[in-house]
Write a protein that binds this ligand. Structure first.
Ligand SMILES: Nc1ncnc2c1ncn2[C@@H]1O[C@H](COP(=O)(O)OP(=O)(O)OP(=O)(O)O)[C@@H](O)[C@H]1O
Length: 598
């Protein structure tokens, strides 16, 4: 139950010491004062009884002086009640401030961690799930746990202080009450633990449910869902998952509440036994009327403190669940980047793959096998191969998004692993097939290619010109400052080809890069645009290394070196003329495509 309370508390402490101390102080005050109020209640009743006896004497007059011994207690009780109200307001004010601060702190922690993770970790479904869950509830859960812990503490303080009052009556009464209340506490804790395990265990199903929600209600999928009429089918699957989960929930809830009721009755029984005892003792004259009033108040408030504690406990498991997930995510080990090189041992040597093989984490088949190649500055390389042959994987290795399982990749004579990752990445400009469509301004979509020039308008324009995007950008309502995408007000959606021009221009933003990688950069462009892109590309990349992936042989044929990949291995290589002369796979595919145009 309390596994994560300490950590949640530490988190709150780091977020704001003043607010945490304030919260603790208010909790203490709000915990102790109810007992003080009950005690003053006793003094009032006893003082009233005394005053009544006095006023029944002949000649006694009702004056302020004669009632003051009672009124001062009434005043004191009013003061205590006001202090309780103040403490409770203080609690809720500080909680709402802390909620905002803590939500922000946890979100920043989550996002900072996300920046230090590897691509492989993001592709691990369980891990990714942890990340999304951590993010979704970051603003409420940690404080929820702290609040419940504090509320439990407050009620515990109340119960202890009621105990202090009750001990004058009889220590046995306390023992009876404690023994009566214990079973329901234990059962509540046990079922909370069960619920915790149940929720953790079924997280894949919950994830599928969430995914279905996304598919059914997101603009980017709804188009296809509607046209294929998938709503019914997906909704049915969504319902089925719910039914299974609901069955388990129902069983647990019924067991939990039944036991809670039965064991709670035990507590109530003990409680009313002690209650009856107090009443009998008063009748027998062993207790004053004031004492009886106090004990009855203590019993009433003790009962509500007890049920509030049980509510806190039963709510705590969900918060614990959240925090266990959050900490597992935050404690995910991150590979330390040891590379320091800013220059290779053979500057100007270019890129070399030496016997590189790679298998995706958890995959059965190998994605690349024994790849060796050399690309010198000023040269262009084209990768050709069927879908899934490993072309994009090769790029991912070269950009160090993954590391080879065997063999090594060298840049200017030094292993990529020895390079400073920042320096290495600055040398590479890349657009992937699945480039990002940022829901930002057009200009910022270009600026993303070079952080140093993120806001530089003249650089945006240069890059747009080279990416053939300047024409349609200048036609947009606010030019380079037009918002893109549909998420924000006034956002403009682009066509597939226009987005691709934006992505290409983004790659051109990276002026310092001497390695340019284009993974199917023109697949969505019209033929004229594609021809223009490559004419420009050839003209401007004479001193750079360029790698091009394309299924169009008309663009591939101009490359200095062509690599035909099949099933992760190099099948053929050479320039266009030599591959045609060899009359192998390349020549066959080239002719096939050419024939389509005849
Ligand atoms: N993140 C990944 N995790 C596991 N396996 C992957 C991952 N990405 C790709 N693969 C597998 O690796 C192989 C090579 O994929 P890759 O994306 O490199 O192909 P490609 O040649 O670029 O294909 P395409 O022409 O369709 O873009 C495929 O069999 C694919 O299933």
């Amino acid at each position: 139950m309390f596994r994560y309370s300490r950590r949640a508390l530490a988190l709150v402490w780091q977020t704001s010491r003043a607010l945490t101390l304030g919260l603790a102080a208010c909790t203490l005050v709000a915990g102790v004062l109810p007992a003080v109020a009950a005690w003053i209640g006793q003094l009032i009743v006893d003082a009233v009884v005394d005053a009544m006896a006095y006023h029944q004497q002949p000649g006694a007059e009702l004056t302020l002086a004669s009632t003051w011994p009672v009124l001062r207690y009434v005043l004191a009780e009013a003061g205590v009640i006001a202090a309780i109200a103040l403490a409770q307001r203080g609690l809720s004010a500080q909680q709402s401030l802390l909620r905002a601060l803590l939500g922000q702190k946890v979100n920043v922690m989550i996002l900072e961690k996300a920046g230090s993770l590897s691509l492989g970790q993001f592709e691990d479904s369980e891990f990714y799930d942890k990340l999304t869950r951590a993010r979704r509830e970051a603003s409420t859960r940690p404080l929820g746990l702290v609040n419940k812990t504090f509320s439990l503490a407050q009620n515990a303080i109340s119960l202890v202080s009621f105990g202090v009052l009750l001990v004058q009556f009889s220590p046995w009464a306390i023992l009876i009450l404690a023994i009566g209340a214990l079973p329901v506490f234990v059962s509540e804790a046990k079922f909370s633990g069960d619920a915790f395990r149940l929720f953790r265990w079924r997280s894949p199903q919950t994830r599928m449910q969430m995914y279905l929600e996304t598919v059914l209600a997101r603009e980017d999928s709804i188009k296809e869902v509607k046209l294929f009429g998938l709503e019914g089918l997906l909704l049915e699957r969504y319902r089925r998952i719910f039914q299974t989960l609901y069955g388990e929930d129902r069983r647990l809830t019924i067991r939990r509440e039944t036991w809670g009721f039965l064991l709670g009755m035990l507590g109530t029984l003990a409680f009313y036994g002690a209650y009856a005892w107090v009443v009998v003792e008063t009748i027998a004259g062993a207790l004053t009327l004031g004492e009886m009033t106090m004990y009855l108040m203590v019993f009433k408030q003790g009962q509500s403190a007890l049920s509030a504690s049980l509510t806190s406990i039963s709510g705590m498991y969900e918060d614990n669940l959240y925090l266990s997930n959050l900490y597992e995510y935050l404690e995910q080990p991150v590979a330390k980047d040891a590379g320091k090189l800013t220059q290779g041992t053979h500057p100007g040597d270019g890129i070399r793959f030496e016997g590189v093989s790679f298998r995706y984490p958890g995959a059965e088949t190998i994605a690349l096998e024994d790849i060796s190649l050399h690309l010198a500055p000023g040269k262009s390389l084209a990768l050709v191969g069927a879908n899934g042959s490993g072309k994009t994987t090769l790029i991912k290795l070269m950009t160090r998004l993954y590391e080879p399982s065997a063999g090594r990749i060298l840049l200017d004579g030094s292993d990529l692993r020895e390079w400073d990752i920042g320096v290495l990445r600055r040398r590479i400009g890349v657009i992937f097939q699945d480039f990002v469509r940022y829901q930002l301004k057009v200009g910022e979509n270009l600026g993303a290619g070079d952080v140093a020039a993120f806001d530089d308008e003249s650089r945006w324009q240069d890059a747009a010109r080279r990416g053939l995007a300047d024409d349609f950008i200048s036609d947009m309502p606010a030019g380079y400052h037009t918002q893109l995408g549909r998420w924000f007000k006034g956002g403009q959606e682009l066509s597939g080809g226009q987005w691709q021009k934006i992505a290409l221009a983004r790659a051109y933003m990276r002026q310092s890069a001497d390695i340019l990688v284009l993974d199917e950069p023109t697949a969505a462009m019209d033929a004229a645009a594609e021809a223009a892109v490559f004419a420009d590309f050839r003209q401007h990349s004479h001193d750079k290394m360029t790698i091009l992936i394309s299924h169009r042989f008309s663009t591939v044929r101009a490359a200095d070196h062509i690599l035909v990949i099949d099933g992760g291995r190099i099948l053929e290589q050479g320039d266009h003329a030599s591959l045609m002369a060899a009359n192998g796979r390349y020549a066959r595919l080239f002719r096939l495509q050419a024939k389509g145009y005849e």
